[in-house]
Design a protein around this ligand. Structure first.
Ligand SMILES: [Zn+2]
Length: 174
């Protein structure tokens, strides 16, 4: 597995779900993969859990997080599942703390936790597939993207401005 492969799978999954315009419905993606989602108070500094038991896998999301963050967490957990990051037989719980899924953090940048980087890249591609994003950028008819464009795109895709900024710079637009 590599970060590039993780990105490819995120894009491909969005494509296979047939989304034609933003925002990407991550709950529908989870449903399609037979992943149940529960919203609950997960305690301080926990953003999400991926829980496997036998053949069943479920996602738990921090109920008090803002919706855009919850969407990113769902996409991140889908990433762990889809990229088969945690498939040991029996019971398994993967815990994501707030810092683990904050895009661009010191731990990620040092490459300490490759699976977290892969899940984040997968999530960014699933939530902001290049095809949909490029179409929206084209529609803006701007010579270069300004902060107001980033704000607009972030609200269209229902992601944080930080996540959109990182995605746009990864694609070479910022
Ligand atoms: Zn994670």
């Amino acid at each position: 597995m590599s970060v590039r492969t993780a990105r490819y799978h995120g894009e491909a999954l969005a494509e296979s779900c047939g989304f034609t315009k933003p925002p990407v419905d991550v709950e529908r993606v989870a449903k399609q993969l037979r992943l149940k989602i529960a919203y609950a108070d997960l305690g301080p500094d926990v953003s999400g859990l991926l829980i496997s038991k036998g053949d069943t896998t479920a996602i738990a999301i921090q109920a008090s997080d803002v919706p855009n963050r919850q969407r990113f967490t769902i996409a991140h957990e889908i990433g762990h599942f889809y990229l088969r990051h945690q498939f040991e037989p029996g019971e398994h719980v993967h815990v994501d703390h707030g810092h683990a899924i904050t895009p661009r953090n010191s731990r990620s940048s040092t490459g300490v936790d490759l699976k977290e980087i892969e899940a984040n890249q997968f999530a960014a591609c699933l939530l902001m597939p290049s095809k949909l994003l490029l179409a929206r950028i084209k529609a803006l008819q701007a010579r270069s993207l300004r902060d107001s464009h980033v704000t607009l795109l972030a609200s269209e895709f229902e992601v944080s401005e930080q996540a959109m900024t990182i995605r746009l710079s990864t694609l070479g637009y910022l």
